[in-house]
Design a protein around this ligand. Structure first.
Ligand code: CO
Length: 156
């Protein structure tokens, strides 16, 4: 188990395009494991590789149903719209509303290199879109409709 250092907004690596994974080798397997550990350690719902300084198209998500590990994820279908509140481990202390599809289908490779599709609605759709954006150098604050500013007495 290894917790990796989270990169924060302002770090240029978060703005770069991540490269596809062409071979699922030990490095990628360790990366996936470390990303899951790092996500849980920071109590996140998802994490993309650039957030730990690795420009590879790899994301992990856990919305409460156990960890999902996605390699080269691509949104192949989207439907509807949903405005929800988002936050990001790389953008601490800021939250705001973002519009996402209500439903997405994402095609990806699992750890064994098998092509799979996952359908997500609501929170899962939001997490899939948010993490895939990271692979393209996009942060939720770029798409934020309205920032939610905590009241004075709620600030820590
Ligand atoms: Co994020």
């Amino acid at each position: 188990m290894a917790i990796r250092q989270i990169r924060y907004e302002g770090d240029p690596i978060l703005r770069k395009l991540s490269r596809e994974v062409t071979e699922i080798n030990e490095r990628i397997e360790i990366l996936l494991e470390d990303m899951v550990d790092t996500m849980y350690h920071n109590e996140g719902v998802g994490l993309a590789a650039p957030q730990v300084g690795v420009l590879r198209r790899v994301v992990v998500i856990d919305i409460g149903d156990g960890p999902l590990k996605l390699i080269n994820p691509v949104i192949i279908e989207e439907e509807g719209e949903n405005i929800g509140v988002e936050a990001c481990l790389s953008v601490p202390n800021r939250i705001g509303t973002v519009q996402r599809p209500e439903k997405v289908v994402v095609r990806y490779l699992d750890e064994d290199g098998k092509e799979k599709d996952i359908e997500g609605t609501g929170l899962l759709a939001k997490a899939l879109c948010h993490e895939i954006d990271h692979l393209n150098g996009v942060l939720f604050i770029d798409k934020m409709i309205e920032e939610i500013v905590p009241k004075e007495d709620e600030r820590d």
